[in-house]
Design a binder for this molecule. Sequence first.
Ligand SMILES: CC(=O)N[C@@H]([C@@H](O)[C@H](O)[C@H](O)CO)[C@@H](O)CC(=O)C(=O)O
Length: 305
Amino acid sequence: MKLDVRDLIAAPWTPMNADQSVNYDAISEYGKLLLKQGVKNVYINGTTGEGMSLSVEERQKCAEKWIKTGMDIVVTHVGANSIADVKALASHSEKIGCHAIASLPPIFYKPENLDGLVEYFSEISSAAPNTPLLYYHFVAKSGIDFDVIELLEKMKQRVPTFAGIKFTDNNLGQVAQAIDMFGDEMVVGYGKDEQLSAAYMFGVKHSVGSTYSYSGMMWNSMIAAVRRGDLAHANKYQRMQNKMLHTIFANGFNDGVHKRLLKYVWGFDLGPVRCPISEPSDQHWNEIEKQLDAMNYREFAMAKF
Ligand SMILES: CC(=O)N[C@@H]([C@@H](O)[C@H](O)[C@H](O)CO)[C@@H](O)CC(=O)C(=O)O
């Protein structure tokens, strides 16, 4: 099944109130802020969106709100530990008109082999028979590391709605091979912002990223630079983004820190993360802010390139 999507797909955080309940009313404003930056697609309830920390009902209500934001493409992540929850999320996504669904592999009771994973995805597909289904490849989190080329071949043969893969992984050689072998019949998306310019140089047509929520204009400019062969320009933006990411993640990857960047850059307060993700200490956050100020990051992220 084909999915026609290009360029940036933001993986938005889930806005929350001080008590960590979901702030659904903030989603329409969030959508406007993305569109203002030229970001026209979203991948919701994923890792960045804390989807695995939300209930089925919360994820369904978020999807209903995102569908109304006027995005070109809304992809909903439906991965969960219970296939009953996955299928409820998948069928709801189809019912409300989401353009595609994606799923992590099951990460608690893991499939014993690739055939087991393909069977699991056939189950998901049966719950949303008219909606393109993507495989969310994230070995660092899922621990599932089957051969990707064999996985794509078997999914294509046995899962009627299978539409492609989202790589959140550092193996760009495998991304290139997937594009060469399957790029004409399925989407091969990329999800590591730290190597995004290289992925587009390798021929990726779209990508999913958390940083697009606050620096979408810069990333759109980077993609345009790669496509016109201006690799120095693309590299300059990539290096600035990576300097920022290394700054905020100096103490390790943490969405408790990262979720604050939308307020830091655009003044849009998304609220706290939900436990078990931790919030940074005041001292830690103040130190990060000082370093972001020193590199003029806010001006960089808001610039019209
Ligand atoms: C694990 C993770 O958060 N991956 C992000 C990246 O955009 C990531 O935040 C970025 O590269 C910074 O490390 C994306 O791939 C988005 C994503 O896959 C998701 O939120 O589900």
